[in-house]
Design a protein around this ligand. Structure first.
Ligand code: COA
Length: 425
């Protein structure tokens, strides 16, 4: 078995979360990802949210597996020469700098193309062309500007951001798909191209069912939203829908046994129409199978609050796992609310490599997510993230073919080393 992207070399100029998620995926698939970091500083996340002093944070380690790290000051003239040499040797350059940074560094698209016409240049920005194109953006800004926040939360509360990093990791996923698509295109065009993914666009793409609902509003109320059953009129925009299902089968989060003390003793319960009769039997309401107020989905829509309140009376008599077992026997779609603690201890997620334990030289053992995308013929072994500049000399020698003398010269130029060392000199 070989790795799917073996032989692809990525020049990784990414930092923080969105870009690193993308290049980590490519690295898991076997690409040689060379992360360029500022000497002495590195990716800012190395030092953010540190749980152990002077040790690369989990924030960094969990986003930068399977990569190599080279420190390079790309504003130093010698550093620019090294960067030019790397552009010649790599297939893809990935970056998520603020708008205009690559141009200011002296490496606009046209220049990169003239150095290596086959190079694919992939970028994440907060916004696409338009009034906000020059703005810097972080996760929650993208969630708010991409439509997720206005449609998340409860109707009588403020907009909410979600814990899933749909702006950063979501856009990283979009960009990774763009990169492999451009790599495929290059196999017959022979040319590189630009790939861009804006975080606002990525979030909107993931929130598309809410854009669907926006248009449905023109034709009447959204009957599967609980506010319909509560007789509350709809406004001009898709409202926040609490835990209502976003699809055609009504669903809610319901309390389970122990909810008084356990914040995650809940289950998501979907009243899928084909199993309605089984639901009636399980909850002890067999009459609802034929009752005109409950038998048909359309009759149930104005009564969803009452129906879910009755189902919850039943779920509260079971733990979330007991309820899951009982309901699954009848093919009733449901899912316990799993905490991060439960997920980190889940044996099947460990067995599939979705949760992995990694050993790190300064941190020791820690848990991370592994590659959630499984290829049958291309295993993705998770390797620890690199220390800052761990592979600088190795890359100069192996990838660029520089001699010991040349490597020493570049060190002398100050292009590779931290300011501390330069100051000491
Ligand atoms: N050598 C020398 N300089 C380097 C360097 C290197 N190896 N790597 C980066 N730099 C410099 C850049 O040249 C730039 O300097 P300049 O502003 O003088 O041109 C600076 O470091 C980096 O700028 P920037 O990317 O804007 O960083 P920031 O910390 O100010 O902003 C973000 C961070 C995330 C807000 C911004 O990068 C951004 O909006 N990115 C796009 C959207 C995105 O991905 N957001 C989500 C992040 S999870």
């Amino acid at each position: 078995m070989s790795q799917a992207l073996k032989g692809v070399r990525i020049l990784d100029f990414t930092h923080v979360q969105s870009g690193p998620t993308c290049t980590q995926l490519l690295a898991w698939f076997g690409a040689d990802v060379i992360k360029i970091e500022r000497p002495g500083v590195g990716d800012i996340t190395r030092g953010q949210l540190q749980d152990i002093p002077n040790v690369d944070s989990l924030y960094f380690t969990m986003l930068n597996h399977n990569k190599r790290s080279i420190t390079l000051d790309t504003k130093n003239p010698k550093g620019k020469e090294v960067l030019t040499a790397l552009i010649k040797q790599c297939d893809v350059l990935v970056e998520n700098f603020g708008p205009g940074v690559l141009d200011r560094m002296g490496f606009p698209w046209e220049k990169i193309q003239s150095i290596n016409p086959k190079m694919i240049v992939a970028s994440i920005k907060g916004f696409g062309p338009g009034p906000y194109e020059d703005c810097k953006v972080y996760e929650n800004v993208a969630q708010c500007t991409g439509g997720a926040a206005s449609t998340t939360g409860f109707r009588d509360g403020p907009p909410l951001v979600t814990g899933a990093q749909i702006g950063d990791s979501g856009t990283g996923l979009h960009l990774a798909l763009g990169i492999v698509t451009a790599l495929y295109h290059r196999t017959h065009s022979g040319k590189g191209q630009r790939v861009t993914a804006a975080m606002q666009d990525g979030v909107l793409n993931l929130a598309r069912v809410k854009l669907r609902d926006q248009q449905r509003l023109a034709h009447g109320p959204l009957k599967e939203y609980s506010q319909f059953g509560e007789g509350i009129p709809f406004g001009e925009a898709t409202p926040r829908a609490g835990n209502d299902s976003g699809g055609g089968q009504p669903g809610r989060i319901l309390k389970c046994k122990g909810w008084e003390n356990d914040p995650n003793a809940y289950i998501y319960f979907i009243t899928q129409a084909p199993v309605w009769e089984k639901i009636c039997d399980v909850i002890g309401e067999p009459d609802w199978k034929t009752h005109p107020d409950y038998a048909k989905p359309v009759a149930r829509l104005p009564r969803l609050n009452e129906i879910f309140a009755r189902i919850e009376q039943w779920t509260m008599t079971k733990t979330k796992f007991e309820a899951m077992d009982i309901l699954n026997k009848d093919d009733i779609p449901c899912g316990p609310i799993l905490s991060m603690k439960e997920l980190s201890e889940d044996k099947s997620l460990r067995a599939t490599g979705t949760v992995v334990e990694v050993d790190h030289p300064t941190r020791g053992k820690y848990l991370s997510v592994g590659n959630p995308i499984k290829l049958s013929d291309s295993p993705a072994d998770v390797k620890r993230s690199p220390l800052l500049g761990e592979h600088t000399d190795e890359i100069l020698r192996e990838v660029l073919g520089f001699s010991d003398h040349q490597v020493a010269d570049i060190h002398d130029s100050g292009a590779l080393d931290p300011p501390r060392k330069q100051a000491a000199e």
